[in-house]
Design a protein around this ligand. Structure first.
Ligand SMILES: [Fe+2]
Ligand SMILES: [Fe+2]
Length: 290
């Protein structure tokens, strides 16, 4: 058995197209400080997530593009489309983060934590950055799935801002296989056991850091809102884990990552994107992939 046939071949749907939609959100009016249902806790969690995107998604692009040369033409094309989508996501979340700043939040401590994590990854061989990106892209894709599948997550949110999150979620679902396929290609000569051990270890690490850092980030923003101590923690943990409970809701999708024949497209959730597009006349494909 050759190395190529011993490895899992991608199950990315043959008819998948990744199409960047160059959209802008919330430029015309101020975003309310508590844009998410006038709720400081919900706003803090999403703001803490958004604070990571400009630096984080630039890192994803950098990590995947290092392996573009070894990719066959279809994957190379998907990497180009993924890059375009992530660059536009970074731009829109940078604009959103500025609006959070305009409404009085200081995101600098959260951004500093992201920069610290990424500097550590960049100090390691490039395959470590690709592995972390592949894991975080799965994490992002299952968050995106949950966000679109359960309307309670964005219930009551400022419409323009909710639209930003839905647009981002849709494109994360669409390109969810790209970092994974790049990883499969980059490690195709690895023994299967080594590949699993590395990806499992990296997933455990990035999951721990994701939960700890986003929680700490949201707690910092609540502190800036004057909410401290047990009350802030209880409200945030309830929101994260119980109702609507985003972190709890993604657990089974997260666990599937460790299955031997895992691939992000084992779950074909493009219907979520189709539903979204059908309900929103402005959700148009306005720019073709680079
Ligand atoms: Fe993104
Ligand atoms: Fe992504």
């Amino acid at each position: 058995m050759t190395a190529a046939s011993a490895t899992r071949i991608s199950v990315t749907p043959a008819d998948l197209t990744i199409t960047p939609r160059d959209r802008r959100f919330g430029r015309d009016e101020a975003t309310p400080r508590w844009w998410h249902g006038n709720d400081p806790v919900a706003s803090a969690l999403y703001n803490a997530l958004s604070a990571t995107f400009p630096l984080g998604e630039a890192f994803f692009v950098e990590s995947v593009r290092k392996y573009r040369d070894g990719a066959e033409p279809r994957l190379a094309g998907e990497i180009a489309a993924f890059t375009t989508q992530e660059v536009i996501h970074s731009r829109e979340h940078l604009a959103f983060n500025r609006r959070a700043g305009d409404s009085g939040y200081d995101l600098a401590p959260l951004e500093a934590k992201v920069a610290e994590r990424l500097a550590l990854l960049r100090s390691k061989p490039p395959i470590a950055s690709l592995a972390a990106t592949m894991c975080l892209e799965h994490f992002t894709a299952i968050l995106a799935h949950e966000l679109l599948a359960d309307p309670r997550h964005l219930a009551g949110a400022d419409p323009a801002t909710a639209e930003l999150w839905r647009w981002h979620a849709a494109e994360e679902i669409e390109h969810k296989g790209v970092a994974y396929d790049t990883w499969l290609n980059a490690t195709k000569a690895w023994p299967r056991g080594k590949r699993w051990r590395v990806k499992a270890k990296v997933m455990m690490l990035v999951t721990r850091n994701f939960i700890v850092d986003r929680t700490a980030g949201a707690i910092e923003l609540l502190r800036q809102d004057g909410m401290f101590g047990a009350r802030a923690w209880a409200n945030l943990l309830w929101y994260q884990w119980v109702r609507p409970g985003m972190f709890r809701a993604i657990f089974s999708a997260w666990a599937k990552f460790f299955a031997p024949r895992f691939h992000p497209w084992n779950v074909d959730d493009r219907a979520l994107i189709a539903d979204y597009g059908a309900n929103d006349a402005t959700f148009r494909k306005v720019r073709s992939a680079a």
